[in-house]
Design a binder for this molecule. Sequence first.
Ligand SMILES: C[S@@+](CC[C@H](N)C(=O)[O-])C[C@H]1O[C@@H](n2cnc3c(N)ncnc32)[C@H](O)[C@@H]1O
Length: 189
Amino acid sequence: MGYDRKDYYFEKARKEGLRARSSYKLIEITKKYQIIRNNDSVLDIGCAPGSWLQIVKKMTKGRIVGVDLVSIKPIDGIEFIQGNIEDAEVQKKLKGKFDVVLSDIAPKTTGARERDQILSYILSRTSFVMAKRLLNTNGNFVVKTFQSQETEDLVKEMKPFFGFLKRYVPESTRQGSKEVYIIATGFKH
Ligand SMILES: C[S@@+](CC[C@H](N)C(=O)[O-])C[C@H]1O[C@@H](n2cnc3c(N)ncnc32)[C@H](O)[C@@H]1O
């Protein structure tokens, strides 16, 4: 790489009025895989500061709901729930069905690699449990996780529920990052 990708995407996001450089990961994912259609309802788990919501809003006229531990600056027409996705009370607040569930969720990293991987696996798996509960038949699910032994467990657990499943690392991922997205489409109960 001839330039620092971190600075490139950070600067690009700033110039384009996007809240985080992670927006480009969703742009790449949706360019490569048809995840979000015109009228889809979308749930975004771990949505703060809201750059995926900004992108999703441009892609659908459907209902959009975001959930995160930390609050976000409101976005017109988007429902936001503040709370922990592991919390049953927060899960209960997620009502209705969705065509798409996205989860860019990530734990606060501690630097202890194995611990961070396990925390990431737990959050990604909870996102999958929520997707199973909330997705419409044929719906799509995208979830981030830190690559580890457990990633394969999650893939194995998810596979029977989808028509198509693939691991994908976007170009705009920071160099050295161990994140991977699991792209799963065609939900079946
Ligand atoms: C990488 S950021 C998401 C960035 C977002 N996709 C965007 O583009 O603006 C990961 C988010 O997951 C959230 N998160 C971590 N643990 C969570 C939990 N237990 N419940 C809800 N959100 C959580 C964090 O607060 C953080 O905002």
